[in-house]
Design a protein around this ligand. Structure first.
Ligand code: NAD
Ligand code: GLY
Length: 366
């Protein structure tokens, strides 16, 4: 990821955790490390990372946070920041985030604020975090007002995406991560989307070659966008395709396992294409092709696919969208599309028109 003096490598491969101690010691001689993970990942992979650090990197401690989206909150951030200070983590040390996007975002935010900034290494263990959240330096937590509303930009110093750890990832989580893979095709790479239509079953089955290509293309796309617009003044907003709708649904569902982040993004991307088509921005049939693909990958594409009996109201969703970080002088920002692979950023969205669209979305049958 080319960011001048703060540039860093993203290594993608099958046995990177086993090699992590030597790799980290070579790149950051003399630095000690503290490992932040969650309870589920700890049971599968923390021992291997500790062993790998072994004689190469001094370990100041390992902390396993509760698994799940609700851990991205102020209370857990406070607990974690104080733990890092108690363990004597210094500015020159490394915070290692071993886990999915929840741990990466939370540990990254703690690393950004402890002693006004400690270096960090991301060791993403979900497909979602390997293709998206571990790269680009967005860190943060959720608040009752909405998703990722407190945070900081804090780039990692290294990302080790060990594809071998995905063997233990549950299928539902793999599918949720796949939504972010499809996002890169939908926002800017029609040829990649064509390939995904042929290859999604092999990726979801974690076939090494297909998986590695999907991760490499995704990370390459993200790295290029982050290099041109690190702090989201322009192009980086494209990475939020499906997120204005999706974040509102996640907040409405209470950041619970009822709706995973990647699932919310899948619904949000389908909505973005349906809305683009309704406004004649893209050709008839485009949204149906997007939906077909997401459904084939086992992802939800409309609000009726969210399990449970309750439905949101239009007012609830539009209020939640109003908390989006991309809102400017009260105007919502959307990522819409002219075609598959041709997304663009717009504030040209009339609230009444949006409300009418959302009313139809809430009524859409499963
Ligand atoms: P997650 O971190 O909650 O991980 C999903 C579940 O899988 C958890 O229960 C976890 O314990 C488990 N798990 C993780 N790795 C495992 C493994 N190898 N084997 C078995 N179980 C494993 O969720 P996620 O989908 O990785 O990340 C979602 C979060 O990422 C959201 O909070 C989202 O906002 C954030 N995100 C951030 C960015 C960014 O740029 N910072 C980008 C996209 C998403
Ligand atoms: N996941 C959106 C971004 O990193 O900008």
């Amino acid at each position: 990821v080319a960011l001048g003096a703060r540039s860093y490598d993203v290594l993608i491969g099958e046995r990177l955790i086993a090699a992590a101690g030597a790799e980290i010691a070579r790149r950051f001689p003399g630095a000690a490390a503290a490992i932040i993970t969650d309870e589920t990942v700890a049971a599968h992979h923390a021992g291997a990372l500790e062993t790998a650090l072994g004689g190469h990197v001094a370990c100041r401690g390992v902390i396993a946070m509760p698994a799940g989206e609700r851990t991205k909150c102020f209370a857990e951030l406070a607990r974690l920041a104080e733990w890092l200070l108690e363990k004597g983590v210094e500015r020159g040390d490394l915070v290692i985030a071993l886990g999915g996007g929840v741990i990466g975002d939370l540990a990254g935010f703690a690393a950004a604020i402890v002693r006004r900034g400690v270096r960090m290494v991301q060791v993403p263990t979900t497909l979602l975090s390997q293709v998206d959240s571990s790269v680009g330096g967005k860190t943060g937590i959720n608040t009752p007002q909405g998703k990722n509303l407190a945070g900081a930009f804090h780039q990692p110093s290294l990302v080790l995406a060990d594809t071998g750890v995905l063997a233990t990832l549950p299928d539902r989580e793999t599918r949720a991560g796949y939504a972010e893979v499809a996002k890169y095709g939908l926002l800017g790479d029609a040829a990649f989307f064509d390939w995904l239509e042929q290859s999604h079953a092999r990726i979801l089955a974690k076939e090494p070659e297909a998986l590695a290509r999907a991760i490499e293309v995704s990370v390459g796309a993200k790295a290029a966008i982050v290099a041109r617009d690190e702090t989201e003044a322009g192009d980086r907003m494209l990475l939020n395709l499906g997120h204005t709708f999706g974040h509102a649904l996640e907040a409405w569902a209470g950041f619970s396992s009822r709706l995973l982040h990647g699932e919310a993004v899948a619904i949000g991307m389908a909505e973005a294409f349906r809305y683009s088509e309704r406004r004649s921005l893209c050709a008839a049939g485009t949204a149906a092709r997007v939906e077909r693909h997401l459904r084939a990958a086992g992802l939800p594409t409309c609000i009726a696919h969210i399990p449970g009996n309750s439905l949101p109201t239009v007012e609830e969703l539009i209020t939640l969208m109003g908390q989006d970080k991309k809102v400017q002088r009260g105007r919502l920002t959307f990522i819409l599309a002219r075609a598959i692979g041709e997304a663009f950023v717009t504030r040209d969205v009339d609230r009444q028109d949006l409300a009418a669209f959302m009313a139809d979305e809430i009524k859409l049958p499963a």
